[in-house]
Design a protein around this ligand. Sequence first.
Ligand SMILES: *Cc1c(COP(=O)(O)O)cnc(C)c1O
Length: 401
Amino acid sequence: MFESSEPQTSVVRRTAMPPSHSRPVVTPLWPSVVYRTTDADELDRLYDGEFDGYTYAREGHPNAEVVATKIDQLEGLGPDAPAGLITGSGMAALSVALFGLLNAGDHVIADHQLYGGTRRLLDDATRLGIGVTLTDLGDSAAMADAVTPATRMVLAESVSNPTLRIPDIEAVAALAGEHDLTMVVDNTFTTPRMFRPFDHGAHVVVHSVTKLLAGHADVTLGYVAATDPQQAATMRTLSGTLGVTASPFDCWLAERGLHSFDLRYDRAEASAARLATELSAAGGVESVLYPGHHDHPDHDRAAKLFGSRGGTLVSFTLQGGRAAANAFAHAAPQIPFAPTLGDVATIVSHPASSSHRKLSPEQRLAIGITEGMLRVSVGIEEPDLVINEIVTAVAKAAASA
Ligand SMILES: *Cc1c(COP(=O)(O)O)cnc(C)c1O
């Protein structure tokens, strides 16, 4: 099939695939670094796009393309839209968007509540001559103030981490339209199950596939797609040049994870909504943040953008600061205390000591992160089990305070 069917004279050389009329049901894993052509003319036609196919895995391979196609579909990109790109991590996807679509001297406006890695990436952008303004993208006056003649991009997260605040996506899209900015949305926390940024004016959508989409905490992958063919092509070329290519095996695992994505998401979300309700009634809990609940500061915006969906993350603050957070962790040893989200199993993180540790206590406080704050990434375990474990651990932490 892929190699010469001539008998090979050396065991070192590849053997032809056995002939088969039937085809595998499951996507094969393609670790090959290179793809052979019959001659230089065929290679030319591949590079010129006249033939479909692959040349060198850093520039693209079938396992990445299969995953990209699935996420394109989830994000509502039709067959005529440029295909999305899979990268070696969510940070790689953001890097490709930022450094592919901006030049030195350009300016980007980004939300002031961003994933810690994205904040650090913006520091690198500054170092390389790209202007950065962090502002509250929930405040349309503040974002309008941030625009300069050099502004080319606005970067938002659909829901912020860990405070679960929601930017004013409509105002961001209006600002982008008015000033001809590229609107980039990191959709990791909501996923297309809850929110599809392209339907709300986004030009570029980014994911950490590592999280909910792959969903098993065993691959590190990213995704980026643009509606503009030129922007999509620029990012694809830069990804190949930087070499932020995804491993075929990681892509293969992510594809497998995606098959159960809808089910996992809905189950985790239903448990998260119940958990938020129970925590609101629990002693020792100062506050609970869940976008699906009426007491969330951005609930109206959430209802408009997400309908009845509230997501799979719940953040809450224990009375008693760091000591209470530690007591909680000790009281729930069966729940990993770890800085990630989106695994099949429930995970609890402590943003002040993990994702936001590089910020000063004052900077953390300014965005609502205290030592008593915990973020729960709700998994797909039996709902009663997860809720009881967490509520029991909260009661133990409160009793020890
Ligand atoms: C985790 C995360 C990233 C970075 O993704 P990696 O796959 O870890 O590189 C970017 N944005 C958000 C919102 C994230 O949660």
